[in-house]
Design a protein around this ligand. Structure first.
Ligand code: KIV
Ligand code: ZN
Length: 520
């Protein structure tokens, strides 16, 4: 991994499951984390940061399971500068084919104040913890959190200490998204020039997007000699997010003439993983997002359409198929058969077994009965919908009738299965969705707060499916649900019930922010 001979190769370190999952509300279940890790491994991500094992039993179990399954990626866990954290992290990653411990401490004056450590105290702590990590694992990454606001002389001293004590990768985080491209490059250059032993390790760049410069800052760091980029799918992450994997990878590919570096990423897998991360995290991708946004390859204006038809290169710098997007998007309909559905699903990145195909086909036929043309996005929504619910869910929507219109109050008649028992209720509300949610609450009183209710049309037209995302919170834990249907109110009811099923199963997660704070 610390191969210093291939200077064109940039390692891709994905932290969707750690920094990405840290963004408020971006919760994923255990199974979803395993699925995303599998996709990252398959697409050629070099290092997967699978979680923060000390944060909770759930985080620990997820990192351990990912470590046991990973085929080629290095599996990394995060740990604060404490022996307990590092031991727990090692316990979680040790069975990976290629394990890594990533330990960090805040080194800027602001963070030193919080930990009440003076400079020497902090150096001693770094020496002890990095040595401890290295005694457990020969692949150790160390990060001075808030590096971009740390005094340069002190930064050189701490980095030198970490290298001397056995760190093999030095990550340079711009924790609050404060730096700019030239400064990002200068910082890496300065460390490479001044720190003894810098030539024996890999330097990594870890940028946040608070000022919208995370991608530019990461690429500037590479230009200066960093050879690992830390990033997330869709740029998911705390606050404004992290460097987006798809952006740095495609930038290096499209502009290889001026950024002559290679990654090991199979870019044709980008679109599928982008959609899955958006679906399981409940974070919609903005339409005009670079590379993976819905509009990234759309040409609306006449001049652009004309140009693209004559020669695609006039307005397209990359081809949709380079990121796994099916440019033709030929619709399916109710006469399409099982084999056609299997082929289409494979094209969209879903390899379906026989039982999955059977289930998907039933759902597809039901959808095709209601909707004349079934587009790729409809099928993707359909797959997400079936992944979000199961036949043995504690709560299931059985029948729903809603009376709405200009005269309120609106009314919902709901039959729901609660722990296998069918119950009926009639409720009113301020609008149809409010009436439905009130009905669900009457059948399953839960005390959770509704933090997010979001509706997105999957395709155009009045018969389009709507995807509804719901986020609930209770006792500091967050639960998300999602569903798609041509009837927005039905999708709302199911999304709400999906989130409640997670609450019922205790599948929420607590925020890691408090733990990060205590790392100083
Ligand atoms: O942003 C940051 O500083 C981090 C560290 C834990 C690497 O995420
Ligand atoms: Zn971060």
């Amino acid at each position: 991994m610390t191969d210093k001979t291939d200077q064109d190769r940039v390692l891709i370190f994905d932290t969707t499951l750690r920094d990405g999952e840290q963004s408020p509300g971006a919760t994923m279940t255990h199974e979803e984390k395993l699925e995303i890790a599998g996709l990252l491994d398959e697409m050629g991500v070099d290092i997967i940061e699978a979680g923060f094992p000390i944060a909770s039993e759930g985080d620990f179990e997820a990192v351990r399971a990912i470590a046991q399954r990973a085929e080629t990626s290095v599996i990394c866990g995060l740990a604060r500068a404490s022996f307990t954290d590092i031991d727990r992290c090692w316990e979680a990653v040790q069975h990976a084919r290629k394990p890594r411990i990533h330990t960090f401490i805040g080194t800027s004056p602001l963070h030193r104040d919080i930990t009440a450590l003076d400079q020497q105290g902090m150096i001693d702590k770094i020496a002890a913890t990095v040595t401890h990590a290295r005694n457990l694992c020969d692949n150790v990454q160390w990060s001075p959190m808030d590096a971009t606001r740390t005094e340069h002389d002190f930064l050189c001293r701490v980095v030198e200490t970490a290298i001397r004590c056995g760190a093999t990768t030095i990550n340079v985080p711009d924790t609050v998204g404060y730096t700019a491209p030239r400064e990002s490059a200068d910082l890496i250059r300065m460390l490479l020039e001044r720190v003894p032993g810098a030539d024996t390790v890999v330097f990594a760049t870890h940028c946040h997007n608070d000022l919208g410069m995370a991608t530019a800052n990461a690429l500037a760091a590479v230009e200066a000699g960093a050879r690992q980029i830390e990033c997330t799918i869709n740029g998911l992450g705390e606050r404004a997010g992290n460097t987006a994997l798809e952006e740095v990878v495609m930038a290096m590919r499209v502009r290889n003439d001026i950024m002559p570096w290679r990654t090991g990423i199979d870019t044709t897998k980008i679109m599928h993983i982008s959609r899955r991360v958006s679906q399981v995290s409940g974070f919609a991708v903005q339409f005009n997002k670079a590379v993976v946004g819905k509009n990234a390859f759309l040409h609306e204006s006449g001049i652009h359409q004309d140009g693209v038809l004559k020669n695609v290169q006039t307005f397209e710098i990359m081809r949709p198929e380079d990121i796994g997007l099916n440019a033709k998007n030929i619709a399916m309909g109710k006469h399409s058969g099982r084999a056609a559905l299997r082929a289409k699903m494979a094209e969209l990145g879903y390899e379906l077994g026989d039982n999955q195909l059977k289930d998907a086909f039933v759902r597809f036929k039901a959808l095709a009965d209601r909707k004349k043309e079934v587009y790729d996005d409809d099928l993707i929504a359909l797959m997400a919908d079936s992944a979000a619910s199961a036949v043995d869910d504690y709560l299931q929507v059985k029948k729903l009738r809603v009376i709405c219109g200009t005269e309120g109050p609106q009314e919902a008649e709901l039959t729901m299965s609660v722990g296998g028992e069918e119950r009926f209720v009639d409720a009113t509300g301020d609008g149809p969705v409010d009436a439905v949610f009130n009905a669900v609450k009457m059948l399953y009183p839960h005390g959770a707060k509704l933090d997010l209710y979001q509706v997105q049309a999957v395709t155009e037209g009045t018969d389009a499916q709507a995807t509804v995302s719901v986020r609930l919170s209770k006792d500091g834990r967050v639960f998300t649900g999602q569903s798609a249907d041509t009837d927005t109110v039905v999708a709302s009811a199911r999304a709400y019930v999906n989130a409640l099923n997670r609450l019922h199963a205790g599948q929420g997660r607590t925020s890691n922010s408090a733990l990060m704070q205590s790392a100083g």
